[in-house]
Design a protein around this ligand. Structure first.
Ligand code: UDP
Ligand code: MG
Length: 317
């Protein structure tokens, strides 16, 4: 028997949970030689998600749940799930059925072949997504591909099945600014990519506003690349060279023709331009500094308010 843990981060998923539970248990019951563990992580939901989880856990001994004291974000929820999971194999799945449980048998047999440590899913299109969002998403992946040596795959979902060994490696990365798409790739191991068409949410709206996605993208770049820090030095050097040439030009002109003190508007423009670039570079420094500040505080990544389900005695131990 293999023990398979399925981690489900849930934030205000009252409507999605019952159909999700139905769908995933239906698929799981057909999996050969597998003992299931469902680990729902309630990420500070404000709706009836927690009572539903309590009810599921009361009904099914395979269900466990953790409930956060507030909304800590999906990254924190996934980390909490990975820490709590007891399975030999661990899967992460969204609650909204955008990660089709029907792929599980294939993922399982691929892992069991022993050739891969991880089977992950990427979507090959962005059907049903606002075009402007797709545009920025693509631009982000192109940018991070250039800036970072860690490979971050376009369209990769967080839906993946991993071995215990890989999960333990991921847990060694205890950073607070967690960008899982990068972390999964950073730890290495052999990953097999399954491709799928985009599935639209069963219910409700995506929890990701454009602004949230923007912050997420910036966090990703800062967590997995230090290239922006080099922009300041490159630009600084460039401006030194330009100004040196300009100084030589002005001196030569003064020596030959005299009266070179004209054109203060151009001077103001240059001043504004250069100070703008300086502020931009200080801003980049500030971004890294603020992330460093948050990391050195070593605050917990999440706080649990309530747990339940599974074997309660074990929980207390
Ligand atoms: N989620 C979470 N905390 C959050 C936001 C989302 O745990 O702060 C969960 C959510 O319940 C869902 C998954 O993360 O199971 C993906 O969220 P969503 O479907 O809104 O994102 P999308 O599929 O649009 O990327
Ligand atoms: Mg979703």
């Amino acid at each position: 028997m293999t023990k398979l843990s399925i981690i489900v981060p849930c934030y205000n998923e009252e409507a999605a949970l019952p159909p999700f539970y139905e769908a995933v248990t239906a698929v799981a019951s057909a999996l050969p030689e597998v003992e299931m563990e469902y680990l729902f992580v309630d990420d500070g939901s404000r709706d009836r998600t927690l009572p539903i989880l309590r009810e599921l856990a009361g009904r099914d001994a395979q269900v466990r749940y953790l409930s956060f004291s507030r909304n800590f974000g999906k990254e924190a929820a996934m980390y909490a799930g990975l820490q709590a999971a007891k399975g030999d194999l661990v899967a992460i799945m969204d609650a909204d059925l955008q990660d089709p449980p029907a792929l599980l048998p294939e993922m399982l047999s691929l892992i069991r072949s022993g050739e891969y440590d991880c089977v992950a899913v990427r979507r090959v299109n962005r059907k049903g997504e606002p075009p402007i969002r797709s545009f920025f998403a693509r631009a982000f992946y192109r940018l991070i591909h250039k800036l970072s040596r860690t490979e971050i795959v376009d369209g990769a979902r967080d839906y993946r099945l991993m071995t215990r060994q890989m999960v333990d490696s991921i847990l060694q990365l205890t950073e607070v600014n967690r960008f899982s798409k990068g972390i999964f790739s950073w730890v290495g191991y052999r990953t097999h990519w399954l491709e799928m068409e985009n599935v639209e949410r069963t219910d409700g709206r995506s929890k990701w506003s454009f602004f949230k996605l923007w912050i997420y993208a910036m966090d990703g770049i800062i967590a997995f690349s230090t290239a922006p820090l080099a922009i300041a030095s490159v630009l600084g050097l460039l401006f030194c060279v330009i100004s040196f040439v300009a100084i030589v030009f002005v001196i030569v002109r003064q020596l030959i023709w005299g009266g070179s003190a004209f054109g203060w508007p151009s001077l103001v423009c240059i001043l504004l331009f250069v100070t703008g670039i300086q502020l931009f570079c200080i801003g980049i420094l500030g971004q890294y500094l603020s992330k460093t500040y948050l990391e050195v505080k070593r605050r917990p990544i999440y706080i649990i308010r309530e747990t339940g389900g599974g074997n309660q005695d074990e929980q207390q131990a």
